[in-house]
Ligand binder design. Structure first.
Ligand SMILES: *[C@@H]1O[C@H](CO)[C@@H](O)[C@H](O)[C@H]1NC(C)=O
Ligand SMILES: [Ca+2]
Length: 227
């Protein structure tokens, strides 16, 4: 029995197999500040993206800048980046350019964010705790490269590297989704409420990931993040 388990571990290691898991009611806990830890996400993106929606939920008391989601290609390290330069401010980067969305600060609670972008109009939507913010324009006509390294916990300044520990995330992250379409308002609200969602390129309920460094998966301390 021991021998079999050992072999499975060795085989998993050799094939570079990532865990694929339903993380419902779980969170990634990034424990150190500053940190070199990250979670590598495996997505099947074969075509350049002309539309996307990114959603996630975070819980932290950081006041310094930090990265929430970093999608880098060889040509552009800030291909898709959700970044918090300071409390009460989110930045969405697409192809190296960004727009800023200001939010209420200092609630010390989970924050749920969905950000979407549409190449045809260059419109970005930003939904904060289930509510839409005024739309802004970014990178009309651009195409997001398909071959990407996607990380949680660090901000890439090079393809798969170039981390600044003082831009790392410390705290808890959950409900990470990436779609290659714009979501309807109903689905944006469903994401906030952790309801049933359309099939996604990255889905929290079937996530392929690898953890590096000081990060662990734990049960949520609160069941209802919605209320
Ligand atoms: C992107 O979204 C727009 C608006 O929903 C749609 O018309 C277009 O076909 C989509 N493009 C791709 C490549 O999916
Ligand atoms: Ca960067």
């Amino acid at each position: 029995m021991r021998k079999l388990q050992l072999w499975l571990v060795v085989l998993a290691g050799l094939s570079g197999m990532a865990a694929q898991e339903d993380l419902y009611r779980k969170v990634f806990v990034f424990r150190k500040d500053p940190s070199d830890a990250y979670v590598l996400l495996k997505a099947q993106t074969e075509q350049p993206l002309h539309n996307f929606t990114l959603c996630l939920r975070s819980y932290t008391d950081l006041t310094r800048p930090y990265s929430l989601f970093s999608y880098a290609t060889k040509a552009q390290d800030n291909e898709i980046l959700l970044f918090k330069p300071k409390p009460g401010e989110y930045r969405l980067y697409v192809g190296g350019k960004f727009v800023t969305f200001r939010t209420p600060e200092g609630r010390w609670d989970w924050e749920h964010v969905c950000a979407s972008w549409e190449s045809a109009t260059g419109l970005t939507e930003f939904w904060f705790n289930g509510k839409p913010w005024p739309r802004k324009g970014l990178q009309k006509g651009y195409a997001v490269g398909a071959e990407a390294v996607i990380l949680l916990g660090q901000e890439q300044d090079a393809y798969g590297g170039g981390f600044d520990p003082y831009n790392s995330f410390t705290g808890e992250l959950a409900d990470v989704y990436l779609w290659d379409v714009g979501l309807s308002p109903d689905k944006m609200r469903a994401a906030y409420q952790s309801l049933r969602l359309p099939p996604a390129v990255l889905a929290w309920k079937s996530l392929s990931y690898e953890m590096k460094g000081d990060v662990v998966v734990k049960a949520r301390l609160r069941e209802a993040l919605v209320l």
